[in-house]
Structure formats: C-alpha cells, structure tokens
Design a protein around this ligand. Sequence first.
Ligand SMILES: [Zn+2]
Length: 430
Amino acid sequence: MTLNLKYFFFISVGLVGCYFFNQGYEKLIFPNNELLNNKFSFQNIEDKKENLDVELNEILEKNIEKKSKLKLNKIEIIVKEGNTFFSILNNFNLTDKLIFEIINEIEKFLDLKKLKTNDKIYFYQNENNEIKKIEFNLDIENKLILNIDNEIYIKKKKLDKKFYEISKEFIIFESLYSDGIKNKLPQDILIKLIKMFSFDLDFQRDIRKNTKVSVSYEYNEIIETNKIEYKDINYAQITIGSNTLEYFKFLTDAGYYDYFNREGKNVKKSILKTPLDGARLSSNFGMRKHPISGYNKMHKGVDFAAPKGTPIYAGGNGVIEFVGTNGGYGKYIRIRHNNEYKTAYAHLSKFNKGITKGARVNQGDVIGFVGSTGISTGPHLHYEILFQNKHINPLKLKLPSGKTLEGKELKRFKKSYKEILANHLNLLYE
Ligand SMILES: [Zn+2]
C-alpha cells in the first residue's frame, strides 16, 4: 500500500510537472495566440490543454482523497490481562450506539471473547480524534478491516504474501537436528525433514559423520506483519557414504502430495506404527486384564501414554471414515487408507479443525489430540490398525511398500522431478 502511494505520488508530480511544462512551452512558442493563423493547430493545443485540465482535476481529487486517508492516525492497542474489547472501545470517544454496532459487526467474523492478552488491535483516528477504522489480525493470513463512516463496513482481507523458495546443503557432524539448526534451517522444516527421513533411516545407527543433506523448501513472508509461514519441502537428499536417498514432492493423480524417489517409488511406508511423538507404549496388543472392568479381554490395539494435548498424526494417506464419540472409545477417529487398511484413534481430547467425515488426510497430518475421553484411566492414545476389517498388531505390522508410479503418471512425475532438481541446483549455486 505504501508502495502504491509512493508510485501515485511520483506519477502525480510527473503529470503536474508535464502540465506546467506544457503551459510554459506553449507560451514560449505561441507568445500570442491571437496572432496564430493556423486554426487547426490552435484547436489541437486547446484540446490537449483541456485534457490536461481534466487529468489534473482528477489527480487533485484523488490526492485529496489520499490525503484524508493519510491523515488517519494509527494507534496500536495491545490487549492486556483483564481487557475486553468493550473496555478498550470505551477509551475512545464513541457513542454507546456505535460501540454496540461495532461489536455486532465484528462478532460476525470473530468471537471477541477469545481475545487474548498481547493480541494487537489497530485503531485509526482522523484529525478530530474520531475513530474511522479498526483492524484485527485474524490469523497469519487474514485481517479484518472495519471502516466507520456514516455506516460501518466490514471486510476480511487476505494479507499480501511474498513467496520464496530456498535451498540449503550441509554436512552432519553431530546430528541432523543440531547441524540443521547451525545451518539456519528453520525448525518447522527440520522437523518435516526428520519425519521424512525416519521412514528410511534409523538415526542412531545409520547417520555417520560426513553425511550430506541437501534440501529445498518453500515459505511465505506475510509482508505487513513480517511473519514467516513455512510450506513444504520440495526436495530432500541425504547421502551416507555411497548411499543416496532422494525425495521429490509430487501431486499424484489421486490428489495427494507425496514424496517419490527418482524411479517414481513412494518413499513413505503406507502406515505409521507410532502416530505420535514422544509417546511411551503403555499397553500392548493381545489378551489382558482390563484396567477398569477387571475382565480378561482382548486388547485390539496398542496404547501410547502421552500428555493430554499431544498431537496425533494420520497414520497414512486416506479419508476420514468416522469422527465423533464412539462409546467407550470416547472421541474417536477412523481413517480408511485403501481397500485393505484402516486405522483408528481413541480417547482423544479433541479433533483437529478440518477433520470431518470424508475429509482427505495425508500421512503425518495432525488429526486430533491425546486425551482421556470414554472408558480410560488416563491420557493415552489407543491405536488400532485394521487389515481387511480385522484388528492386527500395529507393532508387528509388515509395512506394505508404497505405491510406484506408472504410465502417464510416471511420465508426468519424471518431468516434474527434473524441474524440481534443476531449480534446487540453481538455488544452491546461483
Ligand atoms: Zn487401548
């Protein structure tokens, strides 16, 4: 916006300059218009002058408009403990009627009760100390703008973003994580990278000194707030000795983003054995005395003890088949991965947003959070894998190998991976 204003200013100055130059020039070459015999050219100049007058007027009008906008004084309010939006509005000179209307409009987009300490609200005052505009940051991508004139106009606006792609390469001396941090790899990307490699590598055993890592990823910078939003890894490579693993991001015909090696083989195994981080196995699959009923009963899944709120990942790509309360399972999700495999997650404290029946999820997406709903003795995840609708022991699951691209899809992939690789090398060595 400031940039636009700047351009506008320069163009205005330029045009006004042109106008005066033209007028002076006219006087210079036609000191006395009456003396001119050539009616045609006289007419022509008058036309031009009129055109310029119109343009100049338009510019002046726009300038006045911009000026009145520019004159708004921006006030940043940081929400403090105990503040409500009402109490904040009360600090400004507003009528009760206007306060009511403002709150009413904003509540259509935003639950003002959820206003948090340190949230920022921007008020814009004109020279008479009247509030003309209020802005909220809704989330990382959107803001809410409320304009107050004779009426209130409210709109949600997507913040402008700048897209970046970046490549990095480094040697592991200590560990993937610590050397990644040393090489300024953002933590978000590093976690994705570790997850990606963890299907193929045992970090303790496989990673040796002088392992080389090469990665290319995307991020957005939200211009107004300077916030960074990390996106996907496009390419990753890890070289241990003479062994190289590569991962190329690719949108499959089925509509999933997934990672494949150069041969078009999916590098992800189809189902995670442990769909959460930092969990401890607390009860295995098989016959056991039920901790609540006391009866001997088949335990059809495995239990992972983890603190309440620990994110639970989708065990594989698939479609949400069930989400809701399911008897003793409490809050429960079931994902259908393909014709043969399903996974189920029980006792959740809550579901992640966007997890609805029929929603498509990718392996590793957060679907919900650990809790203790239903018949449960404490926060844990009860995890089941169903193969042809029969429960199997997740820990003994023989992982079926991932999909291999074929035919047209493979052809499309090969074109895509070459572009990704060329881009990556360009970014590394430019
Ligand atoms: Zn269980």
